[in-house]
Each structure stands twice: as structure tokens, then as C-alpha cells.
Design a protein around this ligand. Structure first.
Ligand code: NAD
Ligand code: UDP
Length: 315
């Protein structure tokens, strides 16, 4: 820690969608941020507005290789998050999740830094418990096309808790549910960005399956508040902790809302449902409400309007 309580914070995956918003918040809060990224899905443009700031530094690095730096806190976000991207090179996805976690936990152990893992609702797989509570162990196909990500993230959680039990590391495991907002990659295939881009171009809106599957969509600023709030909690509170918006929508409802908000002439078209696509997903966030005093503030329409505005200016 430096003299004036300015924390030195490492953010892996800091040039990605969530990471760049986290960089913004922590720099603005008076911290010194080291953003580490291999630019697999993130871009320098996401953080270009921070580059002249003396308290912001960026390093091209792949976390599957060891990293030697000195910081007070680590947020481990590096990992492609969209199915198209994480299935593009599934072996690398598992390596990033598992070797990356080992490297970052090793770093945390050496320098005694708090470490937060960006885990995911995908650890619940296609859930048979609804809404999902942290005590549910999940229903994941270990050999399917989503397994590189789901099982990679599950193994990372195992590593975090083993380092906690074995070495008393100060860990925080956050299970993030579908989050959206400005700086999502326009071609990453995630549903919110896909539908907005299609609607703005008046292209067909591609619903996979019949659109009855559900998701709960959290606006990025809410999610980042949960992440930083969790990092500040007492050491013994490790999680796993759900963070997401508990209001559930079908994918068809999402498509219709985006068509209305954009005033688009797009029509809906149905495409085959990908393998192992979860039928429903919705977080139970009572634990975050109780331990962090946190709940999402931004409703779907408000968040979609901000996201549409971003894509409108940046496509
Ligand atoms: P993203 O793809 O925009 O960001 C991931 C970042 O990690 C990118 O900048 C990418 O270049 C970088 N990266 C990937 N592999 C790397 C490696 N080996 N070394 C260094 N950098 C690497 O995705 P996001 O939505 O910002 O997700 C961030 C994290 O949050 C991920 O770990 C993801 O699993 C988790 N998460 C996100 C969501 C969501 O809805 N956005 C939901 C659940 C979990
Ligand atoms: N989806 C869709 N059309 C698209 C992209 C996604 O209908 O163009 C569906 C997808 O099948 C899934 C849901 O939207 O049921 C959310 O997909 P996303 O890839 O955003 O996230 P995840 O499946 O990981 O929750």
C-alpha cells in the first residue's frame, strides 16, 4: 500500500467489457490500476480514455503465463465470456480459466493480495433449481461444447477455495449472471449486443429456439458496484456470491423490447437452439442484499436505452 491509502489494483481482462468499466471506477476512486490483457476479445480502445492517466497502466500479457507484479488487490476477469468466443479455442479457454487462476492465486499468495474471481452463473449449467441460490451445485454437461467455460470456471472456483483452505488466501468468488451495457463487443454473439446490432441495422433478429428460454439481465454499472462492494467485505466472507438482476425475461420478450426501443423494422427469425443452452436462468440475490446491502438499480429498459445509444454511436 502506498502512503496516501491509494491501493494498487491488478485487473486481468481489464481491456474487456466488464474489465474496462472496473478500470474506470477504480481509477476514478483514486486507486492505481494495472490492466493486464492479451486482447483476445478486449481492445485498447475500451481503455484508451485512461491511457494518459498517471495512475493507469496497461500491460499486454496472457495470464496462462506467470506474472510478477506488486499490488494490493487482484480482480481476475481474464477469460472470453461469450459462447462464440470461448468456443473458438476451447482448449485455450480452459487454460485461461485454470492455469490463469493458478497463476493469479500464486501471485496473491506471494504478495498477500486480496483476490476476486469473476466466476459465472454457468457453474449452475442448465439448472434444475430456480432461481439459483449459491448452495445449488449445478447441472453441467462435462463433455459438451460449453464445458470448456463451465468446467473451467468450476475448476477455478475449486482452486480458489483450496487456496483459501490450504493457504488462508483472502479470496472472493463472484458468480456473475448475464450482464450487458456499452463496450460489449458488437460481434461477440451475446444476445443483447446481437439483437441491438441487428435492430439498428434493420436486419433479422435471430432468436435461437422458440425464444421461451429465460435470462435475467444486469446493467454493467450495477454489476461493477457488486464487484467492488464484495472486495471490501470482511476477509472471512469468501462467497460464492451471486450478482445479477433477478428480473427474468424470455428471449422473445427481450427481442420485442429491443425492436420497440430502437423503432426498428427488423423481423424475428428463428434459428436452431445451440447444444446445452440453459432453459432458464435467474439469480437469487438475497445473500448479496444481506452482506453487501446491494441490489440492482437499473431496469431493463433504462439499461437497454443506454446500450442502444452506445451502439448507435459506435457501429
Ligand atoms: P470480455 O470477453 O469482454 O472480457 C474478457 C477479457 O479477458 C478480454 O479483454 C480478453 O482479451 C481478456 N483475456 C482473455 N483471455 C486472456 C488471457 N489468457 N490472458 C489475458 N487476458 C485475457 O468478457 P466480459 O463480459 O468482460 O467478462 C469478464 C469476466 O466476467 C470473464 O471472466 C467472464 O467469464 C465473467 N463473466 C461475465 C459475464 C457477462 O455477462 N458479461 C457473465 C458471467 C461471467
Ligand atoms: N440467443 C438468441 N439469439 C442470439 C444470441 C443468443 O436467441 O442471436 C439466445 C441464446 O441461445 C441463449 C440466450 O439468448 O438462450 C442468451 O445467450 P448469450 O449467448 O447472450 O448468453 P448465455 O447463453 O451464456 O446466457
Amino acid at each position: 500500500m502506498v502512503a496516501n491509502n491509494r491501493k494498487r489494483v491488478l485487473i486481468t481482462g481489464g481491456a474487456g467489457f466488464l474489465g474496462s468499466h472496473l478500470c474506470d471506477k477504480l481509477v476514478k476512486g483514486g486507486n492505481e490500476v494495472l490492466c493486464v490483457d492479451n486482447y483476445f476479445t478486449g481492445t485498447k480502445q475500451n481503455v484508451s480514455h485512461l491511457l494518459g492517466n498517471p495512475f493507469f497502466e496497461i500491460l499486454r500479457h496472457d495470464i496462462t503465463f506467470p506474472l510478477y507484479v506488486e499490488v494490493d488487490e487482484i480482480y481476475n476477469l481474464a477469460c472470453p465470456a461469450s459462447p462464440i468466443h470461448y468456443q473458438h479455442d476451447p482448449v485455450q479457454t480452459t487454460k485461461t480459466s485454470v492455469h490463469g487462476a493458478i497463476n493469479m492465486l500464486g501471485l496473491s499468495k506471494r504478495i498477500k493480495a486480496r483476490i476476486l474471481q469473476a466466476s459465472t452463473s454457468e457453474v449452475y449449467g442448465d439448472p434444475s433449481v430456480h432461481p439459483q441460490t449459491e448452495s445449488y451445485w449445478g447441472n453441467v454437461n462435462p463433455v459438451g461444447i460449453r464445458a470448456c467455460y463451465d468446467e473451467g470456471k468450476r475448476c477455478a472456483e475449486t482452486l480458489f477455495f483450496d487456496y483459501y483452505r490450504q493457504h488462508r488466501l483472502p479470496i472472493k468468488v463472484l458468480r456473475i449472471f448475464n450482464t450487458y451495457g456499452p463496450r460489449m463487443h458488437p460481434n461477440d454473439g451475446r444476445v443483447v449486443s446481437n439483437f441491438i446490432v441487428q435492430a439498428l441495422r434493420n436486419d433479422a433478429i435471430t432468436i435461437f429456439g422458440d425464444g421461451s428460454q429465460t435470462r435475467s439481465f444486469c446493467y454493467v454499472s450495477d454489476l461493477i458496484d457488486a464487484m467492488t462492494g464484495f472486495m471490501e467485505t470482511p476477509l472471512e466472507f469468501t462467497g460464492p456470491l451471486n450478482a445479477g438482476n433477478p428480473v427474468e425475461f424470455t428471449i422473445l420478450e427481450l427481442a420485442e423490447t429491443i425492436i420497440t426501443l430502437t423503432g426498428s423494422r427488423s423481423r424475428i427469425t428463428n434459428k436452431p437452439l445451440p447444444h446445452d443452452d440453459p432453459k432458464q436462468r435467474c439469480p437469487n440475490i438475497s445473500l448479496a442484499e444481506r452482506e453487501l446491502g446491494w441490489k440492482p438499480k437499473v431496469g431493463l429498459e433504462e439499461g437497454l436505452k443506454k446500450t442502444i445509444d452506445y451502439f448507435d454511436k459506435n457501429l
